[in-house]
Design a binder for this molecule. Structure first.
Ligand code: AMP
Ligand code: ZN
Length: 433
């Protein structure tokens, strides 16, 4: 019997585009049920039947994070309040939060999308799925949980942190699949080693890794450490949460589920659509959400659509690894630097352990950047010259990548602050004036 979740292999390009147009029309109708979109769409002259092709979407004004904040808490609700049964909130730590509500249908279609992702990478109902991400308002908890249950896995809601308990559960219940934040995956591996255990001896075979930016080098470390496959998972609260785009077994970009979301890449300065292959800001429109549809949402995530077809045969376009958010960009001595450029360099050094922190400070009138990196115990040397040479090699490689020479500082394994949720990679202590 063919499983319903293998259907993603069957969609043709035409079928995807037809579905997008039909669903786009109905989402326009639905969005008009809240004042915010009714006013916006009226002003732009957009009605469901004025859309003749999917590309007419570009006439719809963008929705920004500030719009969502201004409509907090329920300004974007398009169904009676009695119909909403769940609420999640995005993980931003500053400013007014944003809240996203779900109807029962929203929760069902979300669980189906997550189940489809899991199925795509080879997860089946016989698997034991351990969700090592925070529950609560963060969508990575319940989102993955219901997806795994929908597929029929045993879902263990182990939550974030507490490495000893995680490892015990993995062993006792034979966990084969884990959802885990990249930063936590390496911390867990080190915790195992510290307990004198071999991370490769666990029954784990697959990790679903996402929710924060990380580099290909980081993925390879996770795969090597546990001898597993790690698949990239992308989502955001405004579009349900996880299950928006996901890597297939080819590990060559994340298929965007275009029957549920329309993706565009725009030039963040001009707002103009960019062709596939060019890097810009990802803009997403949710096609299936009832409670709070969001149209042309500016995610601030920087990526591109990969050109050509995936070897797996799926026709859903693929997003490249997220390079970071446009608001992650650091301006240091006038030079633009993304934290992921730094991670990419330092993670190629085997001496570097699982954690790092970028510190920005004022030094007189100039900015100073320090990169603190944890060094694995076996490489920590008493010989100052050995350590200084390594520091120099790392600093030189960083200079080649970012055109600045940061001060590289070594700290011991496990000494940098750990976060239970998304990792904090930058500490900006510069005076703002
Ligand atoms: P939240 O809605 O709080 O869960 O945050 C969503 C944001 O997390 C996205 O807009 C991205 O910036 C980031 N994110 C999620 N998944 C990934 C991923 N696989 N790679 C990079 N960043 C990600
Ligand atoms: Zn593929």
């Amino acid at each position: 019997m063919m499983d319903v979740y293998s259907q993603s292999e069957q969609w043709s390009k035409d079928q995807i585009e037809q579905t997008q147009l039909t669903r786009l029309r109905s989402v326009i109708d639905r969005a008009r049920k809240c004042d915010f979109y009714a006013r916006r769409l009226d002003a732009a002259g957009i009605f469901a039947d004025s859309l003749h092709s999917r590309d007419d979407l570009t006439n719809i004004p963008f929705t920004t994070k500030d719009d969502l904040r201004a409509q907090y808490p329920l300004g974007l609700l398009c169904v009676p309040q009695s119909e909403i049964i769940r609420l999640h909130s995005s993980s931003g730590t500053t400013g007014t939060p944003t809240a996203i509500c779900y109807t029962q249908n929203d929760l069902n279609s979300w669980a189906d999308l997550v189940a489809r992702c899991l199925y795509m990478v080879g997860v089946r109902r016989e698997d034991v799925f351990q969700n090592m991400s925070g529950y609560g308002l963060f969508t990575g908890g319940l989102g993955f949980h219901y997806g795994a249950e929908r597929l029929g896995c045993l879902a263990i809601p182990s939550g974030a942190g507490n490495s000893r308990r995680q490892i015990k559960l993995v062993k006792d219940f034979g966990t084969t699949v884990a959802h885990i934040l990249p930063s936590y995956a390496l911390i867990l591996g080190e915790a195992l080693r510290a307990m004198g255990e071999d991370p490769q001896s666990l029954p784990l075979r697959i990790a679903l890794v996402g929710a924060e930016p990380y580099t290909e080098e980081f993925r390879q470390r996770i795969e090597k450490l546990f001898a597993i496959k790690a698949y990239n998972s992308y989502g955001l609260t405004e579009m349900n949460g996880p299950g928006v785009a996901f890597e297939c077994q080819e590990q060559a970009g994340m298929h965007l589920w275009e029957d549920a979301y329309i993706g565009e890449i725009i030039d963040p300065e001009t707002g103009k659509t960019l062709p596939d292959g060019e890097i810009g800001e990802l803009v997403l429109t949710s096609l299936c959400r009832e409670a709070m549809p969001v149209l042309r949402y500016r995610t601030r995530d920087l990526t591109r659509f990969l050109t050509g077809e995936c070897a797996c045969g799926r026709k859903f376009r693929r997003l490249d690894r997220i390079r970071g958010r446009s608001d992650d960009m650091l301006i240091i001595k006038g030079v633009n630097v993304y934290p992921m450029q730094i991670e990419q360099v330092i993670m190629t050094f085997p001496e570097v352990g699982q954690n790092y922190l970028i510190l920005l400070e004022n030094q007189g009138v100039a900015d100073q950047m320090r990169v603190q990196v944890e060094i694995r115990d076996e490489y920590f040397a008493d010989d100052m010259r050995v350590m200084q040479q390594l520091q120099k090699r790392i600093a030189n490689r960083l200079r080649d990548e970012i055109l600045l020479t940061p001060k590289v500082e070594f700290v011991q394994s496990n000494s940098l602050p750990k976060s239970e949720g998304k990792a904090v990679r930058v500490s900006d202590l510069r005076r703002k004036n």
